[in-house]
Ligand binder design. Structure first.
Ligand code: NI
Length: 154
């Protein structure tokens, strides 16, 4: 695979808006496969293309039974509310309590341009919201009610 590193908070790319994907080609497939490999290696819940320096609207999320890919994702339904601990591979060692919807429906396309739709609850709902935010240059800290202290992290 190509060598791709996870960008850390402070990199300008992370605060930019990603472009809509129009070509469902081999390059896109390689990007998604690389992202999946990185997410497995990092043992994370989700990853967005800008985190590996690619400003394209592509995310992957581990929903438990599988790792799903969404190109040009859009959250179409938000239900309820949850407050829980959230972190980001681009902000290592930092965690905060965020407010997110309890349940979301997300629509988009897979690498072949086929429509896909998923519903997520609890952690999965949070991950979908978190990753879509990355595509608009937003980090989880914008949603943080309070960051966890060092004592709480231990
Ligand atoms: Ni993140």
């Amino acid at each position: 695979m190509a060598i791709r590193n996870i960008l850390l908070e402070g990199e300008p790319t992370l605060s930019k808006k990603s472009r809509v994907v129009e070509k469902f080609d081999e390059r896109l497939a390689i990007l998604i496969d690389d992202m999946k490999e990185i997410l497995l290696k990092e043992n994370g819940v989700g990853l967005a293309a800008p985190q590996v320096g690619v400003l394209k609207r592509v995310i992957i999320v581990d929903i438990g039974e599988e790792m799903v890919e969404l190109v040009n994702p859009e959250i179409t339904k938000r239900l309820g509310k949850q407050e829980d601990v959230e972190g980001c591979l681009s902000c290592p060692g930092e965690y905060g309590i965020t407010a997110r919807p309890m349940k979301v429906t997300i629509k988009g396309k897979n690498r072949f341009g086929k429509d896909v739709m998923y519903e997520g609850e609890a952690l999965t709902a949070r991950a979908f919201c978190h990753e879509v935010d990355h595509l608009d240059g937003v980090l989880f800290k914008r949603h943080v009610i309070r960051m966890l202290t060092k004592e709480e992290l231990e």
